[in-house]
Every structure is written in C-alpha cells, then in structure tokens.
Design a protein around this ligand. Structure first.
Ligand code: 2M8
Length: 448
C-alpha cells in the first residue's frame, strides 16, 4: 500500500532506503528509471541516478553512464531511452521507434529511441568526480581512469547539440517533441501541440503508463498521447535525420530549461577539458557563453524576468509560469539586481512561498497561475528531482541561501520514504510511480 503522508524517516534511514531502492531498480549495468512504469534506462534519469550511485558505489556510477553511452548515435546524439533487451513492459518500445531499422546513425545494439533529453550529463560527471575525489583512494583512482573516455562521449554529444539543435546560433536548443524536454505535458507545450494535427493513419497502440498508474488524471490525456505518438511517426518518416526533420516539423520549439542546463554543462566540460589537457577548452566555453546569452535574451519583463520559450512554428512567445522560467538562475549571467529579483520571485507567494503548499518546494507550474493542476504530472506537482537539481545549480552559482531552503524543502517532501516520481504540492501526497530511481538518487545526494 501507499505510505501515509504522516510517516517520516530521518535522513540516515532515508538514505539507506534510497540506496536500497536504487539497487533494487538495477538491471545489471543500467538502472530502470522506475520499477514498473519505466523499465528501461532514460537519458537524464541515468545522469542523475549516477550522481546518487556515486555516493555508494562509484564504479557502478561510471557503469551507469557507460551503458547510456553505449546507446550514443553516430551523430553524437545521446538517445532519450536505451532499452533493456530483456524487458518488454513499456510503450513505445524499440519496435515502435524502429530507429536502427530507419537510420544507420542509430546503433543496432543496444536498441534506443530516436529523440534526446536535456543535456545534464557533463554536470553529472563533474559531480561524480567531485564525490569520488572526496572519497579518495580507489574510488578516486577509478574515476580518474574513466574520465578521458567519458569526455570523448560528452564532447560528441555537445557538438551534436550545437550543430543540429541550434543551427542558427540563437543560443537556444530546439526540440522536436515534448518528450525531449523531459517535461512531457508541461503547459508550456500546449500552444505548440495545439497545431499538431493527428492524421487518421496513426498506427494503433495501447498505452502502458495508464495501466501502471491507475489514476489516469495524473497522466497525459488520450488526445495528448495521440499527438506524442503522431510526432514519433513524423520523425520516423524523416528517418530521424535532423536536416529533414527541421523544415517540416509540426512541433518545433526552443527549450530554455535544456538550454540553461546546456550552458552550465559546457562550463563543466570545459573544466574537464583543461584538466585532461584537451584542446577543446575554448570551444566549450564559447558554447557556454552562447547558450547563457540565449537564455538571458529569452527573459520577459512582463513575466517578472522568467525566461519564455518561442514556438518556432508560429514565432509566438509562450507565456506561462512554469519552473522552466527560472532557467536564467541555472545558467547565470544576470546582473545583481535582476538576479535578486528572480530569486525573490522564486520565494514569493507565486512560487515556493505560496501559503497553500505543504512544503516550500518549487512546483512545476505556479500555483497562482490558471494552468496549475496539482495532480497532473508536469502541470503542477512538485518533482523532488527538479528541486534538487535547481538547488544544485543555485549552489554552483553561489546562491547558497535559496539553494539551502530548496534542499531542505525537497528533503522534507521526500522523507515520507516513498521516493515518488512527483508529489501533490498542497497535500504532500506521493503520486505517479513510487521507488522512482531519480527521486532516490536525489535523496542520496541531499543526505550524504
Ligand atoms: C517521463 O517521460 C516518459 C517519456 O520519455 C514517459 O512519460 O513515458 C518524464 O518524466 C521524463 O522526464 C523522464 O525522464 C521519464 C523517466 O523517468 O518519464
């Protein structure tokens, strides 16, 4: 049964349980994103899971990323799912994606999806190296030996994103599917999906997510899901070739959140280049600067300084208050006054200071906005992994105060011990999948 919201675990017990959950979700060299709902390896989940693993088993943390890297495409793209060949319980699975069948850029083994997710991997590698260095001894030595190979993978990944996902040099990554943002049904994609028209030749399918999460109101609606699958068919028609996808895409938008993460990830990779004596240091810093600038230019005064996305099909700005709007706090470069104002907005009653919230966490959509739906996946619930990630990024930029409050709030939310995928932010009820790997990983990094 589901834990009641009254039970609370203290941090050491919670960390022990988190380690147990991650180990339980292991399928050998990869960790399932969740035991039933997501029985394969997801790209950004794997990065975050590896950070959690680094605290308990650095060798396993490196293997986690190596499994993901094994799915890397010839283009450099790291696919959003690397499929576990022994698992059939997910839709859309490898047969539906048919990536290796459609393009030689995709590996034949392991089988993968044909899209990507936010590029947080270099940040994970930086953090793993930090954790290993703090442990010292064989853990640190193992990571030292592993870093050069990881660097090559990451460099190819970053170059793919610069080349294919920002061909016009806007300093903003372009995505072809809401799934690429990792925030599938965020209200910021509503206007973009509004002009995706599902053809009557959409091959039939049966969803798996609603079979696992019984309360369908917590998941995307059928009409939304049809569009998700329709876009997959469109990508297949273009044989997952970026040059063929871009001109005809029905869904094409910037992603300020992924762009901000990419800016910082480039910084992290540039430091790694220097450390390894590689020549790409300046190239990577240049990319960091370009994407930092892109995110800064996406800020909207009328929205209190939140960064907004642009629907690249219509050219319209997407005016909704979601967690992604805080992207400039991730990538930095704000002047002191602007940074203070955005941090103040984060703590204001529109966000973590909202009086109805059970914990002062950042929900995915502002509780004060008309789009807020507290149980509906990326439309309102608070995601511990996102609060942890934001706190980590704030800390990295020196905003220790706000980072500390977010960390404490995320930990309080997680201390029910369910490691839920997301939480109803007003009641604190755990929702979605329980024992979600990245929720457990965030816990380990918060406590240890
Ligand atoms: C969710 O996405 C998948 C599709 O990729 C799904 O709904 O089936 C998102 O929360 C995504 O961000 C996450 O990486 C994935 C696995 O946790 O689940």
């Amino acid at each position: 049964g589901r834990p009641t919201t009254g039970d609370r675990w203290n941090p050491p017990e919670l960390a022990a349980r988190a380690a147990y959950v991650i180990r339980g979700n292991s399928a050998g060299a990869m960790t399932r994103a969740a035991p039933d709902l997501y029985p394969h390896q997801w790209s950004w989940d794997a990065a975050f899971v590896a950070v959690g693993l680094a605290h308990v088993d650095v060798v396993r943390a490196c293997r986690e990323l190596d499994s993901l890297f094994a799915g890397q495409w010839r283009t450099g793209m790291i696919p959003h799912i690397v499929f576990d060949p022994s698992e059939e319980g997910y839709f859309p699975g490898p047969d539906r994606w048919a990536s290796a069948e459609l393009t030689d850029d995709a590996p034949r083994s392991p089988r993968t999806s044909g899209i990507c997710q936010p590029p947080v991997h270099a940040l994970a590698v930086e953090r793993i190296a930090e954790i290993a260095a703090a442990h010292g001894g064989p853990a640190a030595a193992h990571v030292e030996r592993w870093l050069p190979g990881a660097y090559d993978r990451l460099l190819a990944w970053h170059r793919y994103l610069v080349r294919e996902r920002d061909p016009q040099g806007r300093g903003l990554l372009t995505i072809y599917h809401g799934w690429e943002s990792g925030m599938d049904n965020s209200p910021r994609w509503d206007p973009v999906y509004a002009h995706v028209v599902v053809g009557d030749d959409l091959p039939p399918y049966a969803r798996r997510d609603t079979a696992v999460v019984a309360d369908a109101s917590q998941r995307p609606e059928p009409a939304e899901y049809d569009r998700y699958l329709w876009l997959v068919e469109q990508l297949k028609r273009a044989r997952y070739d970026d040059a063929r996808v871009r001109p005809h895409a029905e869904f094409l938008t910037t992603d300020v959140f992924a762009s901000a993460a990419f800016a910082v990830a480039n910084e992290a990779l540039a430091s790694l280049a220097r450390r390894l004596g590689r020549p790409e240091h300046d190239e990577l810093l240049g990319a960091a600067e370009r994407f930092r600038r892109g995110v800064l230019d996406a800020r909207d005064e009328a929205s209190g300084g939140l960064a907004l996305d642009v629907d690249l099909v219509t050219g319209d700005h997407i005016r909704v208050e979601t967690i992604a709007g805080f992207a400039p706090l991730i990538s930095g470069g704000l002047d002191t006054a602007a940074e203070r104002a955005l941090l103040a907005l984060l703590r204001s009653p529109r966000w973590t200071g909202h009086p109805a919230l059970r914990h002062p966490v950042l929900p995915t959509t502002s509780p004060s906005s008309p789009e807020f739906r507290p149980r509906a996946y990326w439309r309102g619930p608070s995601w511990p992994v996102m609060n942890w990630f934001l706190a980590w990024m704030l800390n990295r930029r020196g905003a220790k105060d706000v980072a500390g409050s977010l960390r404490a709030a995320a930990l309080a939310e997680l201390s029910d011990g369910s490691f839920a995928e997301y939480y109803e932010p007003v009641t604190g009820e755990p929702l979605g999948s329980l024992d979600q790997s990245w929720s457990a990983a965030a816990t380990l990094d918060l406590v240890l």
